[in-house]
Design a protein. Structure first.
Length: 436
């Protein structure tokens, strides 16, 4: 156990001797040896205060500090003791204040609790008078039981508690790149401020304070963007460092030509619908949007003309040869099981599109191939490959004509610009691995 108590007691006595004090009252005629001697299994507290009541309070704080410094790692302690004296007709009025950074932190440790001088093994005090200033105060000493078993238990509890705080800090460091709302930022700052009050060591305290500053800067980096999902609909969304960010509050939308503008919040973004009957094709038409966010005004202007042009770009055409490959074939039963399908699609318009379903008639099969709930999305221009999987067994026709070399069917697509369902016909040559 650290001998902090012995050092404090020795310093207190040395200070009293240097100050040339006179003992005017004491709790016992004989000064106990434990004040300056080794006391295995005990904490010895030595404090000074202007009154017995204040001395008892300081002693309890000092005991908590010594416990914390015994069981905790990397403690940076600071103490402050300020004295003020006023001389008046009634003599010397002495005021004394004492503070300790460790005392404040130790009080926040949930496992350092229940400290009471009623549990003290011994108490000794003296009332002294400074010969020069005539100020009177108390020197107060306490021997408090703190055995190795209790110390080991508290050390274990501290390690677990401290590890949890370290893990919380690391999680907040990692989450700063993913925070997606102002509430998330404020919650993180609140958690970090609590951690800043807890950390004893300067290194982690500095890490925490630096992270708080980074979180507070995040709202300044939020940007607004808009995208037309149709000739009469605009979605306004927000991002923070290239990931989606939710913003709530009144958003204002105006236009130089559009009417019936309606703004509808949608999970941290905004859907704006409008009427373009009064917009002229040969003029610049636009929607202006603005919203206040954390003291900033986010503004954007979005061209209605470009939205109309984009809406005409949707063009997806099946091309090439359809490739069919069965996992297994049973010639005797005229059946195939498990089928891989590959179809080439030419995205001429360059707009993103989604694939929802396929219905395909193959001349050599007795029933159509139907695949629903595909949910594939493509965003690149040009030829893309649609690879599908059909699970199940299909019957092969008994009279398969080799002269019929085309497959026919329908591909169901989603136009994300209009949210409309588009059905594209398929009429392409094919190859199948069960054909002889």
């Amino acid at each position: 156990m650290k001998r902090i108590s012995i050092i404090l007691a020795a310093l207190t006595l040395a200070a009293a001797a240097h100050a040339e004090v006179k003992v005017i009252e004491r709790s016992d005629k004989k000064t106990p040896e434990w004040i300056t001697g080794a006391s295995e299994g005990y904490i010895v507290s030595a404090v000074e205060a202007p009154s017995i009541a204040e001395a008892r309070t300081r002693a309890e704080q000092d005991i908590a500090v010594q416990m914390a410094m015994t069981i905790a790692r990397n403690i940076d302690a600071s103490y402050s003791n300020t004295s003020m004296e006023t001389v008046g007709n009634n003599g010397v009025d002495s005021r004394d204040s004492y503070s300790s950074s460790v005392a404040v932190q130790a009080a926040r440790l949930p496992f350092i609790k229940g400290i009471s001088l009623s549990k003290a093994d011994a108490v000794y005090w003296t009332k002294v008078r400074d010969k020069n200033t005539k100020a009177e105060y108390y020197q107060y000493y306490v021997r408090y039981p703190f055995f190795r078993v209790e110390q080991a238990t508290l050390e274990k509890e501290f390690e677990e508690y401290d590890a949890a705080k370290e893990a919380e800090l690391e999680a907040l460091e990692a989450d700063i790149d993913n925070v997606d709302s102002l509430d998330g930022i404020k919650s993180a700052i609140g958690a970090l401020e609590s951690l800043s009050e807890y950390f004893f060591d300067k290194v982690r305290a500095a890490r925490t304070d630096a992270l708080i500053a980074r979180y507070r800067e995040l709202p300044k980096n939020v940007v607004m963007s808009g995208a037309f999902t149709g000739p009469n609909t605009l979605v306004v969304s927000f991002s923070l460092n290239d990931h989606a960010f939710k913003v709530y509050g009144p958003l204002k939308a105006t236009s130089n030509c559009a009417s019936a503008i309606n703004v509808k919040p949608s999970q941290g973004a905004y859907n704006i619908s409008f009427n373009t009957d009064d917009c002229l094709d040969d003029e610049e038409n636009y929607i202006d949007v603005n919203i206040r966010f954390e003291g900033r005004k986010l503004v954007g202007r979005y061209s209605i003309n470009s939205a109309a042009e984009t809406a005409t770009r949707f063009s997806v055409v099946p091309t090439g040869k359809v490739m069919l490959a069965a996992d297994s074939t049973a010639a005797d039963e005229r059946a195939i099981a498990g089928l891989n399908i590959r179809i080439s699609l030419n995205n001429r318009g360059g707009s993103p599109f989604g694939v929802k379903a396929l219905e395909l008639e193959v001349p050599t099969l007795t029933t159509p191939i139907v695949i629903d709930n595909i949910d594939a999305v493509y965003t690149t221009r040009g030829v893309v490959q649609l690879a599908l999987r059909y699970e199940g067994t299909l019957r092969v026709a008994e009279t398969a004509s080799s002269r019929i070399s085309m497959v026919n069917g329908t591909l169901t697509l989603i136009n994300p610009l209009t949210q409309a369902v588009e059905r594209v016909k398929i009429a392409l040559p094919y190859s199948a691995n069960w054909l002889k």
